[in-house]
Design a protein around this ligand. Structure first.
Ligand code: 4NP
Length: 163
């Protein structure tokens, strides 16, 4: 079982999109996810501003254009137990990453990565820019970055774990 947690600030724009897009690609590759499967996928925010809220409508509509439905997801905050429970903790930007490194016990810090470093098709891009205060184009751009990193990360898992 490989457990993957996607993390942004509010858990209503980027990380639920990453959760949905990655699940979409993994399921299309024949990898099922859930508590009783080979993979478990979740997302959370470093802040708790929007606890239990569904993803931002703009993120939902952007994902739906690509057949990815994230409407049922609910925001939550990263919990101390997550550092123990998950194998990969993927930060959308440097802020999310450094906040987690401040809270994560040393023995689990190797699990925390910048999500974009898994993309094979966006050289030089290390962060998914926060689209929350932006417009539709910003959501489209964030989706495109997330999709590239999700595909690269899936390849990484297929190569390094028997999935
Ligand atoms: P996210 O975007 O981190 O991609 O979910 C944000 C959502 C909410 C806020 C900031 C960023 N906020 O300030 O409420």
């Amino acid at each position: 079982m490989v457990k993957v947690l996607f993390v942004c600030l509010g858990n209503i724009c980027r990380s639920p999109t990453a959760e949905g897009v990655f699940r979409f690609h993994a399921n299309n590759a024949g990898i099922k996810d859930g508590f009783t499967q080979n993979m478990y996928i979740d997302s959370a925010g470093t802040a708790g501003f929007h606890m239990a809220a569904p993803p931002d409508k703009r993120a939902q509509l952007t994902a739906l254009k690509f057949g990815v439905d994230i409407g049922e997801l609910q925001a939550r905050k990263v919990a101390p137990q997550d550092y123990n429970d998950f194998d990969y903790i993927l930060a959308m930007d440097e802020d999310n990453m450094s906040k987690m490194l401040q809270n994560c016990p040393t023995e689990h810090q190797h699990k925390i990565h910048l999500f974009m470093t898994f993309s094979e098709t966006s050289p030089g891009i290390t962060e998914v820019p926060d689209p929350y205060y932006g417009d539709k184009e910003d959501f489209d751009k964030a989706y495109d970055f997330i999709d590239r990193a999700a595909q690269g990360f899936l390849k990484h898992l297929q190569k390094n774990h028997s999935l």
